[in-house]
Design a protein around this ligand. Structure first.
Ligand SMILES: C[S@@+](CC[C@H](N)C(=O)[O-])C[C@H]1O[C@@H](n2cnc3c(N)ncnc32)[C@H](O)[C@@H]1O
Length: 236
């Protein structure tokens, strides 16, 4: 079985073409401007193919960080002049500070222990000046996860079609998702593979406790861009 996004990075943008990055980024911009007017720099944690990075570049100097080389290959293609760092958001030191760090579209799901969630938050706080902002769009909370979920979706793009069927197994707060991908191109080529995505579900209280402990003042918006909530925390 393949690692997360190892092969699917190439079809990620097509598969998630339903996601309205432009509108969601404008919401994130409003949140930053309300709390840190005049902000200039943003680091996009777990930036993936740089869809949020690209949108935040409408207002800020941006950089991205991701653990997946294949996702960063697509990010570089999208924004060749932007700095992207290959790294782990639970253990990074870029030697500088930013006005805001964002971690969007539930990328935080891939942090699979409370210890690592604490590390991610502490590393993030170390990259903020007082008054700087950390914004995390969380994954689901344990109480709303549907343990026996299966799903499927097919998307057609310019010269290719992508299908993904999903299943998952839950043990405690750990959810291992298995995504079976099938891709077909109009030159007659076709491919199929399975990726395993280990994720974890955390409660709002767990985030709040860790954000407070890292010297941040947390707020929680239960809505957020996708109804999954939004943690907004300003460094004290
Ligand atoms: C659902 S994608 C979201 C990508 C992007 N933020 C977006 O909104 O399109 C999750 C991303 O998290 C990245 N990721 C997973 N674990 C990570 C880690 N420990 N450190 C940095 N990036 C990580 C994956 O490589 C992937 O690009």
């Amino acid at each position: 079985m393949l690692n997360p996004y190892e092969r699917s990075a190439e079809v990620y943008d097509l598969y998630y073409s339903w996601l309205d990055y432009e509108t969601h980024a404008a919401t994130v911009y409003d949140i930053i401007e309300q709390r840190r007017p005049g902000a200039q720099t943003v680091l996009d944690l777990a930036c993936g193919t740089a869809r949020y990075t690209e949108q935040m570049a409408r207002w800020y100097d941006v950089e991205g960080l991701d653990i997946s080389e294949s996702m960063l290959t697509v990010a570089h293609r999208r924004m060749p002049d932007t700095s992207f760092h290959l790294g782990d958001m639970t253990d990074f030191d870029l030697g500088k500070r930013y006005d805001a760090l964002i971690c969007m579209f539930s990328s935080i799901a891939y942090v699979t222990s409370l210890r690592d969630l604490g590390r991610m938050i502490r590393c993030s706080a170390a990259h903020l000046d007082p008054g700087g902002i950390l914004i995390i769009e969380p994954w689901f909370t344990p109480d709303v996860w549907n343990e026996h979920h299966v799903g499927s979706r097919v998307v057609e793009g310019d010269g290719l079609a992508v299908a993904r069927i999903d299943t998952s197994v839950m043990e405690g707060n750990l959810v291992t998702m298995r995504w079976a991908w099938a891709v077909a191109w109009d030159d007659g080529d076709a491919d199929a593979y399975v990726e395993e995505h280990p994720t974890a579900l955390f409660t709002v209280a767990e985030y709040t406790t860790l954000l407070e402990a890292a010297g941040l003042a947390p707020e929680y918006d239960p809505g957020g861009p996708l109804g999954r909530g939004l943690h907004i925390a300003v460094k004290r």
